[in-house]
Design a protein around this ligand. Sequence first.
Ligand code: ADP
Ligand code: MG
Length: 701
Amino acid sequence: MFANNLDTLLVYLKGVGPKRAELLQKELGISTYEQLLEHYPFRYIDRTRFYKVNELNPDLPLVQVIGRITGKETIGEKHKKRIVAKFTDETGTMDLVWFQSLKWVEDNVLRGKAYIAFGKPNFFNNGISISHPDLENYPRQAGITGNVTLQPIYNTSEKMKKGFLDSKGIQKMIQQIIELHINEVRETLPSYILEKYKLISKKEAIIHIHFPANTAMLQHAERRLKFEELFFIQLQLLHNKQLRSLKFKGALFNTVGDRVNTFYNTMLPFDLTNAQKRVVKEIRLDTQRGSQMNRLIQGDVGSGKTVVALMSMLLANDNGYQACMMAPTEILARQHYQSLVDLLKGELVNVAVLTGNTTKKQRITLHEDLESGKIDILVGTHALIEDKVKFKNLGLVVIDEQHRFGVEQRAKLWRKNIIPPHILVMTATPIPRTLAMTLYGDLDVSVIDELPAGRKPIETKHLFEGQRMRMFGFMKQEIAKGRQVYVVYPLIKESEKLDLLNLEAGIEQMRYQFPLPDYQISIVHGQMPNADKQYEMQRFIDGKTQIMVATTVIEVGVNVPNASVMIIENAERFGLSQLHQLRGRVGRGAEQSFCILMSGNKLSANSKLRLETMVKTNNGFEISEIDLQLRGPGDITGTQQSGVLELKMANLAKDQIILQEARNTVIDIFEKDKMLELPENSLLKTYLAKRTRAIAFDKIS
Ligand code: ADP
Ligand code: MG
């Protein structure tokens, strides 16, 4: 009944049965023929290379040898019982050994017959042998999947292997499905795209990804499948984006009024950088279109995102709308509030702040003032999202440090107004272009890739443990000049206790170097109550302490311009982006700033490269590219929770060109055929229709 359907459950495949089907489902989430066809090998063994018996040695990996069985005997008793066969070619003889399936070997491995033996060579009893070799008849028979030159190796798990489902088992299942059903594999990409990018058909790709005829065909198959994967992600993202702009009207900010003008002409203490001007202009254009803006601003720490946010909020105010700005922590929210008030010199508009610490009494007034429209700009933490917080007319939401907010929270903010407010997301974590295109592919992205003029680049040095006294000497010298210093320790969850000990030992040593009452030290770590953290940070911000010893809690956003030295302990334990992020805490004032990376004496090649990169460059985008190459996409800050990155074929660190092609193709398609009504795009329309039914709109917004 199911015989010609790729949706057939694997239980119905010959030789599978309920047990193995359940294993596949549990271990790999695979239950149908089609899903198994899309379980691609993760590597291949080259079976075009043949070894001679006299070339074998135990250091070789898996090898294959052509020979003839010239002898066969059963040796030993009970659990030591084994079959040893002599396997001979023109250069010599070796042993093939079996400890299991002896009956099968007895009946099927035939004296005098030629085979290709495949396996790992061992050295045993003064000779070379292979245990449990794969034996293939020689010469090989051809067929769609017969002529295996690159043997596929599939991911399996320990549990699967115990259930006799190893890579070879999966290969056999896939081979069966391909032989019986390959003609039912349907093309997913329109033919004009296949032609334009010279891609092979889906059917060919499936055959050659599992059973490549040769390396060239394997590459074709990989390219085709990568393109397809990235293409459909882009199709979905850009489709969502388009839907949003069709579906949601956006507030019109047509007027540049008194507030923007007064601020720009009389209050702004510096000239905007060209990058800042460009982004302000992009926001201006977005907010005059009549559709909702969803823009991401990427800019390194210190690139001046706050002013851009402020000008956008003033623009909202000039057009009769309120604006709000949301930060991930209390401290940051209060700092933002303070910077805005400072920039505005307490004039021009009404700015208020709302956090978890706002008292009930303050809240009552605040809620009233929001609803009456008396407050123009509200800065705050997650507290802003609560349903009780109602605006008179919210036109713009600025979200600082994007990745700390979930999609659900974003959606809640949208609902705070009848017309959803414009959304401006700001992140100080530069991410590589390929990641941005995928993670934020449905947003418009602006980049502030220029630091304000006259900023002195931070000087970074790497010191080893043995040079610690030099580091203390340097600290003293800078503190004597009136500067403040951060000392940061890594904190890794699994060993929190150990890390804390590490931190405490460090503090003890520091107390010895920097005795009271001349030096005051603030200490902040994750295990402290929030109020204590707050208190300690505040003392440092107010300049009452010279040294701030902290775990990575200080990573995001704290702004203390007088702090000009960042010391990172065990720097080899931090990722590149995190190091860069930490370094960004200094270099915010007029003084020359420094970053010192302390590390142990022994470093892995990878750690060494990370530290060298930090010493070499201050450019966050450059650093993020290197980070992506070193760690792969899964570990880059902000991407962890994103399902987008669970790619089967493509690798965002390596497949930048294919990604760009895929995205450009989608952009072209939507430009010419917004609703996908042309017959040549019908496949795409069907794909989206299926997916859209499966995902509620809120989830993808
Ligand atoms: P970030 O992008 O990290 O949020 P901020 O907005 O906090 O950066 O800006 C960092 C510092 O640079 C602030 O003190 C800000 O006033 C200052 N700044 C911003 N833009 C300029 C500029 N164009 N010229 C000089 N200083 C600037
Ligand atoms: Mg900032």
